[in-house]
Design a binder for this molecule. Structure first.
Ligand code: AMP
Ligand code: MG
Length: 385
C-alpha cells in the first residue's frame, strides 16, 4: 500500500548526491564490488611472512614489504619477509607471524612457535568478490555504508528523494512558541517535536500555521498540507465537540484505514489517504503525538522514503521494581534504561501531557495489553527514545 514517493510519470523519485552528503539517505541503486576485496592476499598483522611448515625454526630475512608496495621475489624454504599490516603477502608465504613472537639478529629470524597455514592473512576476495552485491537499494546509509561506498569508488550515489512532510497543529488553545500563553493556552510544542522526529526518520518537515477549531480554516490548511508527500495533523481527532479533523478530511473525500489503535498514549489515532496523499491525524496530547508518530508515522515515512527495513527494535530488559497496570491497552510509558541495557525502571508520569517526565526518560517501557502484573526481575520490552 505504501510505496516510495513517485514523480509525475509514476517512477520513484531519486537524486544523485555527493558521498559526503549521503549519510542518512536511502540508497536507490545496487552497489556491486568493483574488484575483489581484498584485491590480493593481505597481511592483517605487522610481522614476518613465512611458510608454516618451516616453523618453529630459524629463518633468513630476505627483504621487507610495506603497505602500498608489492614484493617482487618469492619466499622459499626457511626464508621470511618482514611485512606490515595491509601489505600484500609475498608469493611462497602462507602465514604471517606477529612481530612480538620473532627474535631478529641481522638477517637471522628465530621463531619459537609453530604457525597455522593462513594465519593473519586475508586471502584475495575473502571479504567480497568482484561483482558481488555490497549494498542493496532501500538501505538507509550509515557510516559503515559510507566507508563501503568510498572503497568502491562511488564519489556520487543515487538515493531516494527526501519525502516532504507537512505538519499542522490544530486547536484554539494553541499559541506560537514566541508568545506568553494565558493560563488556558498552550504553546505549540507538537509541531516541533514532530519536525524533529520527521527529520530523524529521513523526511523534510514543513510546519504550517495552526488550524483553528473551525471547519473552513482547517480545510484550507489541510488542502495546503496535501501538497506534501505526507501530512501530519496534531489534535482534533478525539470525541470532543470541536474535534473536527476527521469530518473535514471526510468532506475532502478521504479514505480512512483506521481511526483508533489500542495503545496508550495515543488511542484516537487516524490514518488514511486523501487526494492521493497519506495522512495521520495524531492525538494532540504531546506524548500521544510523539508515541503515535514513533510507532506508526515513522514507519510510513520510512517506507515513503524508500527504506526497506523499518523494524522497530524492542529488546527486553529486567524490571527493577514491581509494576502493574490495567490490562486492555498496550502502554508506552517513560522509563530509565540502565547503561548496559539490562535493567529498566518506570519513571513517575502524570499522563499524556507530562512532557517533563518524558525528558527525564531515555526509553519507553512497552507494557503488554494482556498482562496486569510484573514483579521486580521480570522481563519487559523497551523502546529506545
Ligand atoms: P486534542 O487532541 O485536540 O483534544 O488535544 C489534546 C490536548 O493536547 C490539548 O488540550 C492540549 O493540551 C494538547 N495539545 C494539542 N495540540 C497541541 C500542540 N500543538 N502542542 C502542544 N500541546 C497540544
Ligand atoms: Mg484540540
Amino acid at each position: 500500500m505504501l510505496e516510495t514517493v513517485r514523480n509525475a510519470r509514476g517512477e520513484p523519485r531519486t537524486e544523485s548526491v555527493a558521498l559526503e552528503a549521503a549519510a542518512g539517505r536511502v540508497l536507490a541503486e545496487r552497489i556491486a564490488a568493483d574488484r575483489d576485496y581484498p584485491a590480493l592476499a593481505r597481511s592483517v598483522r605487522d610481522g614476518y611472512a613465512v611458510r608454516a611448515v618451516d616453523l618453529p625454526g630459524e629463518l633468513e630475512a630476505i627483504g621487507e614489504v610495506r603497505a602500498g608496495e608489492s614484493f617482487s621475489g618469492e619466499v622459499g624454504a626457511r626464508q621470511a619477509v618482514e611485512i606490515m599490516t595491509g601489505a600484500p603477502v609475498p608469493r611462497g608465504a602462507d602465514a604471517v607471524v606477529m612481530i612480538e613472537y620473532v627474535r631478529r639478529e641481522g638477517a637471522r629470524v628465530t621463531v619459537g612457535e609453530s604457525a597455522k597455514a593462513g594465519q593473519f592473512i586475508n586471502p584475495r576476495a575473502s571479504e567480497a568478490r568482484a561483482g558481488e552485491t555490497l549494498l542493496e537499494p532501500g538501505k538507509r546509509l550509515d557510516y559503515t555504508d559510507i566507508a563501503m561506498l568510498a572503497a568502491a569508488g562511488k564519489e556520487r550515489v543515487r538515493v531516494y528523494a527526501t519525502p516532504r512532510v507537512a505538519i499542522i497543529a490544530t486547536g484554539d488553545e494553541i499559541v506560537p512558541v514566541s508568545e506568553t500563553p494565558r493560563d488556558f493556552q498552550i504553546r505549540n510544542s507538537n509541531v516541533y517535536s514532530l519536525a524533529a522526529q520527521v527529520t530523524r526518520a529521513g523526511g523534510a518537515p514543513e510546519i504550517l500555521p495552526v488550524a483553528r477549531d473551525e471547519a473552513a480554516h482547517t480545510r484550507e490548511l489541510i488542502e495546503r498540507g496535501l501538497d506534501a508527500d505526507l501530512l501530519l495533523l496534531s489534535g482534533g481527532v478525539s470525541a470532543g465537540k470541536y474535534d473536527i479533523v476527521e469530518r473535514v478530511l471526510g468532506d475532502l473525500g478521504a479514505e480512512f484505514y483506521f481511526d483508533r489503535v489500542l495503545i496508550q498514549p495515543g488511542q484516537p489515532l487516524v490514518f488514511g489517504k486523501a487526494r492521493g496523499k497519506f495522512f495521520f491525524g495524531l492525538p494532540g496530547n504531546p506524548s500521544s503525538t510523539m508515541v503515535t508518530f514513533e510507532i506508526f508515522g515513522r514507519a510510513a515515512l520510512e517506507l515513503l522514503g524508500g527504506q526497506e527495513d523499518i523494524a522497530l527494535h524492542m529488546p527486553f530488559a529486567r524490571l527493577t521494581e514491581d509494576f502493574r497496570h490495567r490490562a486492555g491497552l498496550t502502554r508506552f510509558l517513560p522509563a530509565g534504561l540502565s547503561s548496559d541495557g539490562a535493567a529498566v525502571t518506570p519513571i513517575a508520569w502524570r499522563g499524556s501531557s507530562d512532557v517533563p517526565a518524558l525528558t527525564r526518560a531515555n526509553a519507553f517501557m512497552v507494557v503488554d495489553a494482556d498482562r496486569q502484573d510484573w514483579q521486580a526481575g521480570d522481563w519487559i520490552r523497551v523502546l529506545l527514545k
